[in-house]
Ligand binder design. Sequence first.
Ligand code: ZN
Length: 278
Amino acid sequence: MHRESIYKRYTPALNPPEDDNDPSYWFIFHSDNLMVEVENNLVKIPFTSDFSQLNVSLLRKVYMGTVDGFSCYCGELDPETAPEKMVFRDLRSLYSDLDEDIFLLAGRAIQVVNWDRTHQFCGRCGTPTVTKDDEMAKICPECGFISFTRLSPAVITAIVKDGKLLMAKHSRIPGDMYGLIAGFVEAGETLKEAVQREIMEEVGLKVKNIEYFGSQPWPFPNSLMVGFTAEYESGNIQVDGNEITDAHWFTADELPRIPSKMSIAGELIEWYLDNHSK
Ligand SMILES: [Zn+2]
């Protein structure tokens, strides 16, 4: 699978330069929507040396490093202010409008902004935290408790039996869309154990030959999706009726409506089609 690297043009750093008069990139969010400039159907991340010119006020900002050598900040907008010439767009809707590496960076930005907002106070003793200057973390000056950006790993698996792909209907996804079996990793599990447990819980099947496929940050809100392929071993499909309401084996030419290629689910299905189409 091909995916642009977040580090193609981006260099992470924690401490802003002292005299930074060059323009900077601003990844500014309000209610999980990204502020972008739209000109002649081109969508751009605001790029300015003087943020006050945008006539908006920020609640908080975090330095993220540089893009093409220019400083890059993320932050959250004061809800009272409305920017001129800017629009707020749901991040997912911007996938095809931004360069992929910039979209990935926006995915990092939204997670940093949300983490910054929800870790202003120590989770152990309630003291206001301070941002560390040597790693992406906040520390409590009172008790020393450290909070890193929150990531929730999840596994997603393409299960194949006799050349057919298992597709399941998830109760939380409306309409007739089918997807793959996926779920969050639980404490104490390896990734492969999470794959086995989720598949047993949701459709009652045992699988074998579990192979790592790839991973994808999924910042809605803070997952790291880890993709696998697996072969059916034993059991009959028994949906849990709760998360999964229907599941079937589909051949390559009878697949139901499936997720977009933007997601790792879409890439896994493409892998299946590449290997099992006649
Ligand atoms: Zn504390």
